[in-house]
Write a protein that binds this ligand. Sequence first.
Ligand SMILES: Nc1nc2c(ncn2[C@@H]2O[C@H](COP(=O)(O)OP(=O)(O)OP(=O)(O)O)[C@@H](O)[C@H]2O)c(=O)[nH]1
Length: 966
Amino acid sequence: MSKTRVYELAQQMGIDNKELMARLAEAGVQVKNHMAVLEDSDIKAVSAPAQTPHKEVSQEEVRVKPTLIRRRAKAVEPEAQAAEAAPAAPAEPEKVEAAQPAPVEKPAPVEEAPKRPEPVRARIIEAAPAPKPVAKPEAPAPQAAPVKEEKPVVAEKPAPAAPVAAEKPAVEAPKAEAAPAAPASAPEAAKPVEQPAVEAAPAKAPEAAAAKVEPEPDKPTATRARILGRVEIPIPTQRPAERREYQRPAQGERPAPRPGMPRGVERPGTERPAPRPGAGRPGERPTGPRPDRPAPLAPVEPPPMMDDRGRKGRKPAPAGGTDFGKNAKKGGAAAGKGKKDSFKDMLDKRERVFEPGPRKGKKGKYVEKVQVGKKTEITVPKAIKRIIKISESITVGELAKRMGIKATDLIRALMKLGVMATINHPLDFDTATLLATDFGYEIENVALDVDEILEAEPDAPESLIKRPPVVTIMGHVDHGKTSLLDAIRQANVIAGEAGGITQHIGAYDVELKGQKITFLDTPGHEAFTAMRARGAKVTDIVILVVAADDGVMPQTREAVNHSKAAGVPIIVAINKIDKPEANPSKVKQELMEFGLVSEEWGGETIFVEVSAKKHLNLESLLEMVLLQADVLELKANPDKTARGTVVEAKLDKGRGPVATVLVQEGTLKAGDYFVAGIHFGRVRAMQNDRGEKVTAAGPAMPVEVIGFNGVPDAGDIFVAMTDEKQAKEIANHRQMKLRESELAKHSKLSLEQLYEKIQKGEVKDLNTIVKGDVQGSVEAVAESLRKLTTDAIRLNVLHASVGAITETDVNLASASNAIILGFNVRPEVKAAALAEKEGVDVRLYNIIYDAVDDIKKAMEGLLEPTFKEKYLGRAEIREVFSVPKAGMVAGSYVTDGKIIRNAQVRLLRDNVVVFEGKLGSLRRFKDDVKEVATGYECGMSLENYNDLKIGDIFECFEMEKVATKL
Ligand SMILES: Nc1nc2c(ncn2[C@@H]2O[C@H](COP(=O)(O)OP(=O)(O)OP(=O)(O)O)[C@@H](O)[C@H]2O)c(=O)[nH]1
């Protein structure tokens, strides 16, 4: 080769000029620079077999230590190519560690291997120059192992092992299409299996080399490469290689590598797997790529991904796609123009795709849209809308809503005024006005003038007709009030409506000679007073019962005073005249001092001597009542909407709230709307005291009305209305008023309590809440308790109503440090639990006097350590059986706690105690058991009590001795 210059040869050899010059120097050829012309002999000198491997462009091997070779080479086998393709590897200066020096038999250089134990650094030579050697057919020819010469890897220092390695690749040349690193014959040189690392780090060499491979694909097939050793592959730090199946292409159908697109890039799945630890024994033949293992050095994701993304319109990347980093440009340039993206580009592209940050894309897809929001316009309502109409009061939340502001702002404004309020706090007209003004609003009070609406219109005299008198019986304890009422009623029933079943509805009417008399069935002045305190004027005539054998007693006196205060005429019934010791005269005499002078003694008071027991003079008593009624000229207009008074009320499990209404004027008809106290409703049904259904009730007729929305209080004025809306409004209005007053009362009370405690030291207030089964007893208890107030202790009844003790009651008690007194009622399960938690004392009684007695003792500090009931559990009756000998047995389900055989038990029906005593039996299936826990069924019977009904509740408890609290 004449006129071959150094740089040309270097190019042909795929090495750089310096290196060639160094080799030339080694070979004794002196050149000045890369432009120097070389003689053929010179060229031969540097192309000597021993050195050929070094001249290989696409492979380098370095013996790092005796047992380790670092090598970078282009694979001969497809796998190898693929591996190379894993071009993600950083540029060329890849360092690969070969496991062993790979002892090789044949080629001489192999033998040298052991002689060169010193580690050598390998370097991949750029692929660009590699093609040239291929073009030189003679280069490989001269040597026994021409293939070796084509080794793509060139060690800085000739590595003897390299040639050895080169031998094998030859065999695999046919498949070596992929061995882009090895031009033409090169494929053989690079033993793919051995150099995973190399493949991982292939430079651009592959592409260029691959292109050259095509011309002589079959050349290398003659021999088979041998394994020199294993290459230790550094653990990739970039990104894990993808695990893909490698499919070895069939011989002959090897596709020509496209220029600019390295094999590996196209087929990333062929990355060579990492050698297993310990697998790198010298001479061990590689088993080929292990597709099941991830290639450790496959830092770049396969391009197909990009293709898959279908991103179009991107500028085609230059060839030399495996280049990265500093070699990227170079490689790209060297490889010429490719149609595909370079890896770097692709990587960039990929990054772009996944980049979370805003990025300006072609379509603006990733451009952050900064939209400037439209400024909210603050609208000012028209003057007419700035007037808020309220009805007496309004809650904080509602006022805020109407003004279009936040409730918190309003609460803040209230705090400035010194009012701590919640969103549901009611504001009166004045406060609301004050607040609204601050926010530019006006408040208009459109409150209902309830009194005006409910005011009874005066009736025209001609519309008034005679009505029956309403009578209340009063008297001292045990003087026979109840007996007299019963006797009158009994006599009346027998005389008139035999067969009628008398009902306790709190009032009833009797008839005498065609004239009716209505009796209120709540004897005692407490009830009378309580009703009167509510503004109810119900009673026309009072029958004062005085036992002829006992005379005037304290309560007799009270009754007289109450009656007089109410302006109600009194008819005195001297009872028990059947008794031998009866002394009616004494009674008359005693009553004189109260201004009750009998007619026979020149007075105006009617006295009738009766015997409730013997039914003596009952008729004459009634006659006197009618006579008195005549004197009173009791009249009413029946032809108008009804007005009346609630006499008694209760919550009936089946029918809901039920109240006995005494109609005082007008006529109440079924279907009428009405308002009663804080409740309203519509008359769904009515029945009289004999349980008969009635459709209309005229003046002085007591009827039980169903259709209330809540349980009214005794003494509530009942007004029938034609307008439902109005009835509802009035009731709601009253409710709000009541709440306000209760709130005020409670806070005032506790403040006073605190003040008094500070001022008076020992003085205490005792707050109570009274719950009972019927209104009458509740009123009576409340009244009795109030009377217990002494100089030392003031007794307050905070709340008294009909029904079970609820959580609300307990809460109120807890807040006011009150005790709860229950009469024939029980706490609901949740209420009992809450009471326990809050430490609220709940005392349950069946007898009013027991309660009063307890309170009295407590107030006097005489309350002895007592037994307190300990709640154990509840069971609900699901089925009732009649068992011979045993009586009624209840199939029950324990809903709470446990039922204990020997504990005490009470039977509750609608939360009212109907029996208290002991269990007769407690069984599970056929066995007697000591206790049954929650969730189990059992059979229960009561000792001496058989009135068991489905739905009744057994409440199990035991008595515990506790220290007195009060
Ligand atoms: N001998 C006799 N005994 C009577 C008569 N009326 C009532 N008694 C008895 O007197 C006792 C009390 O009678 P009640 O009707 O319960 O008296 P009360 O006034 O209703 O009693 P309290 O409800 O406790 O206020 C009972 O034992 C009655 O049997 C009567 O006319 N003659």
